[in-house]
Design a protein around this ligand. Structure first.
Ligand code: NAD
Length: 428
């Protein structure tokens, strides 16, 4: 899923190298942390419904597990690349470290398009993934989760295959399972809510009332829906939301200057996060080009869809009113744009901190599975808000103390924690 112009792994390495240099990390640690420690490239033969066999290329990478078992999603995508998986496994290490949960970074993927696979074929693919990786996965080794185009059902098939081979029940070997089958309440909302717990605390720190702010979102999928809902509940006004329209093969921005009604927009979206444009126009939403979300006169921009969206090429179109960029997506800003953001004094909430609510709740799911005792939603969300706010405060305070860009402050905390674990283990 690398876009042509920007390679996500090179982006991830560039971000790491900059902070490693500032921290004066010794060369052995740098070498270790700037790439995954283990890469498994494998193939999965799948018997198709028509009797033929198709062979799918798959990956599972572990960036670093010095602080605990590796954790990371499995993506199904026709344009998945090894470099995307490398970058995402690296970001997972920093994400777990910055929120201080005892897990490392991993990631997996299969080059496939689930739209073109029957459910039975998807099940055989998932079972094949578990069979091939049986010895590498486990609650104490590497714990997968859903990601782009994978869901709780895929996770259950992988779990079932793993348990069939092992002959026991190990619900903590995978997360993102459906509630009632080892899943945690609150997981669906966790990433979006986590974004807003942090935004809320930032606004408090800088003396802004959420009710006096406006925002524009890119994306209206799982993350954006729950982030926009909670932001609206705090009184914030969502002026615009953009999303992809599969039928037209392009994105649109839906705008209401007086503020979008999020529940109304949710009722107009399909399971892929696309809003029905005719119905929305019927309800008074203005239909604008896909990139118009970026140029709205708002206080807060929330990229919550794709990587590489905020680049030097589009930066001039960002309104001078924007004070905060809240990176809900993974890698929405290219490294060459960070300087421009800093020059304009825009506060940036970096992706691996901002969207860490998902993995934090996955960690809670694993803890609940290991205890075989499940918390109610209120308890999960209270623990989530506590963890996210604590992580944000540490990053914010460091950024103030040392006059650091918030991405660099978050990296400083995360990299130091991982480097320390590596040293304590005697690896370097
Ligand atoms: P999703 O698939 O539920 O939604 C994606 C949204 O992006 C959809 O509304 C889609 O229409 C929109 N979109 C796609 N292309 C677009 C374009 N060109 N212009 C505008 N909108 C476009 O995905 P999600 O789970 O909400 O994830 C969004 C981002 O957050 C991704 O970067 C993902 O890696 C990251 N993330 C997700 C989670 C999670 O728990 N879901 C956790 C951490 C990070």
């Amino acid at each position: 899923m690398a876009t042509e112009a920007y390679n996500p792994f090179e982006n991830a390495q560039a971000q790491f190298d900059g902070v490693a240099e500032t921290l004066g990390l010794e060369s052995g640690i740098r070498e270790l942390l700037r790439r995954p420690m283990k890469e498994i490239h494998f193939t999965i033969p799948v018997k198709m419904d028509d009797g033929t066999t198709k062979v799918f290329q798959a990956f599972r990478f572990k960036h670093n597990d010095a602080r605990g078992p590796a954790k990371g999603g499995i993506r199904f995508h026709p344009h998945e690349t090894a470099d995307t998986v490398r970058a995402l496994s690296m970001w997972m290490t920093w994400k777990c470290a910055v929120v201080d949960i005892p897990l490392g970074g991993g990631k997996g993927g299969v080059i496939c398009d689930p739209h073109n696979l029957s459910l039975a074929e998807q099940e055989r693919l998932c079972r094949g993934y578990a069979r091939q990786l049986y010895h590498q996965l486990g609650p104490n080794l590497d714990v997968p989760a859903p990601d782009v185009m994978t869901n709780g059902q895929h996770m259950l098939w992988i779990l079932d295959e793993y348990e069939t081979i092992s002959g026991g029940r190990f619900p903590g070997m995978i997360t993102g399972k459906p509630v009632g089958m080892g899943g945690s309440l609150g997981r669906t909302e966790a990433t979006g809510y986590g974004v807003i717990y942090i935004l809320k605390d930032l606004l408090r720190q800088i003396g802004m009332d959420p009710a006096n702010t406006t925002a524009s979102f890119q994306g209206f999928g799982n993350v954006a829906e729950y982030a926009a809902s909670m932001y609206s509940e705090l009184g914030g006004k969502v002026i615009a939301v953009s999303c992809w329209n599969q039928k037209d093969g392009k994105a649109y921005t839906f705008k209401k200057a007086g503020g979008c009604n999020i529940a109304e927009l949710v009722s107009l979206k399909d399971s892929f996060g696309s809003i029905d444009k005719d119905k929305a126009q019927g309800l008074g939403y203005e239909l604008l080009p896909g990139d118009a979300w970026l140029s709205q006169d708002v206080d807060i921009l929330v990229p919550a869809a794709l990587e590489n969206q905020i680049t030097p090429a589009v930066f001039p179109s960002i309104s001078k009113q924007v004070k905060i960029i809240c990176e809900a997506a993974n890698g929405p800003t290219t490294p060459d744009c960070d300087k421009l953001i800093q020059e304009r004094n825009i506060i940036l909430l970096p992706d691996f901190l901002c969207n860490a609510g998902g993995v934090t709740c996955s960690y809670f799911e694993q803890v609940q599975c290991n205890m075989n005792y499940f918390w109610d939603k209120k308890e999960v969300l209270e623990k989530l808000e506590y963890t996210m706010t604590k992580a944000f405060r540490a990053v914010y305070e460091l950024s103030k103390e040392q006059n650091l860009y918030m991405r660099d402050a978050a990296y400083t905390i995360a990299i130091k924690r991982v480097a320390n674990a590596v040293k304590l283990r005697g690896w370097v």
